[in-house]
Structures are given as C-alpha cells and as structure tokens.
Design a protein around this ligand. Sequence first.
Ligand code: 13P
Length: 262
Amino acid sequence: MVDEDHSRPSKNLAPIDGDQAARSSKLAVGHRRLRPSVMIMTKVVLNFKTYSEATGAEALKLSRICEEAKDQYDVEIAVAVQAPDIRLISENVSIPVYAQHVDGVGFGGFTGSITAAAVKAAGATGTLINHSERRLRLAEIEASISACRAAGISAIVCTNNVPTTRAAASLKPDYVAVEPPELIGSGIPVSKADPGIVTGSVEAVKRIEPSVGVLCGAGISRGEDLRAALDLGSEGVLLASGIVKAKDQKAALEDLLSGIRR
Ligand SMILES: O=C(CO)COP(=O)(O)O
C-alpha cells in the first residue's frame, strides 16, 4: 500500500535487460508512447499466483503453452511465477520469466526475504512489485525498485487507482500495472468496467514520467478485453485466472491474443 512517505528513487542504477532495451528504443522515438503513433509491442504478463494449475510441473506446462502461442502474434508474453519455480521454468522456456515479488534488501541477514539478485540468478528477468495480494509501503516499493535496478531486472509496480499510479510512476519503474482490486478474479474486465482508471493512469504516467510503460489488469480474459485495454492506451495486460483456471488454457490464451492488432 502506498503511504505518505515521499522517498525518492535512487539514481544512476540502470537496468539492462531485454525489456529495458525495448524501452530504450521507444525512448529513441522521442518519448511518444501513444498508440498508434509508435509501434509498441503488446505486453502480456500472466501471473501464476499460487494457483495449483500453475505450480511446479503445471507451471512449466502453462509456460510452454505461452511460449508456443506468442510466436503467432506480435506480442511479448512473460510469466510471473512463484519463486521456487523460476529456475525450472527459465531453464526450459525462452519467454521472459518474472518473480511475483522481491524485497528491497540485499545480501545479508534478511531471513525469508526474496532478493532481486537471487531471482535473477535463478533466471528471472523481471518481477511484479506491490501486487494487491502482496502490498507494500511506498518506501518499500522504492527499495524494491532500487534492488531490481541494481540486479538488472525489470520492475512492474502494481497499483490500485490513479493516485497510486501517479506515486508509483514517480519512482520510475519499467512499468506500472493498474488493477482495481474489486475486479481481480471477478471475470469482469477492467477495460470495460472501469475504463477511466486505465485512461487516467495513462494520462498520469505520461505527465509524470513518460518512459514508464502502463499495463492494466483485473478480469481480463477475452480478446475483446485486451483490444479494449490497448484502445485505452495501455501497452498490454496483466492477468491470471482467465487463462490459468481455464479448462483449456491454450484455447483461452489464443482467444486473448486474438485481440492483438496484426
Ligand atoms: O491479479 C491479477 C493479475 O495480477 C488479475 O487477476 P485476474 O486476471 O484473475 O482478474
């Protein structure tokens, strides 16, 4: 949860991974981020949470489905998996593997913590931070982002409304992902039920820190939900149950990806 701590992000720590390279090329075209003036590859981040259908061997199976599906579309699909599954998945698929959380601590006496360095060593190229199901205070978010920069992995900071998006953007993560908590797991897509939170977040980020990408999520599952999210100015979506818990995960993913402009 964002509190009133106005901590500043650390400077001079540059993330250097595939995501960052893609983002640099966006910057090279003059910080113009609005579709369709700039071709930005759609980003789909599938959060495996702790669903049984996406844990251990099942997580690998679903990651392989994502890997196969992405080749047919102009899309980057990343999977955000439980920390103990990062190595298994990153060693067996070529798509980006993200952690679901990292703590803003380094090496030392921090028993039970998840460090950016450790998830990177296990093969992760990025992480979610401050998911609604794993909220942090502002100072903790800043520390986590700094740890990601130091380790060279991407940071997607989740937010729950426009003011929180604004606060998160000022910390300059790679992305913010706005997700109204009441729509998470509801099957009611944010892009249709609450379009204002998406456009408001895009506007806020553009004004504060245009280099930060904007994703949205909650209730997204169909191609039309993804298309609506892109039409609202989002660069992609963060989603979970619509794919993870689908009877046929491959068919559900193909339906989702059908929303991408070709
Ligand atoms: O929390 C989410 C992704 O991080 C959204 O979850 P659902 O896609 O299940 O609504």
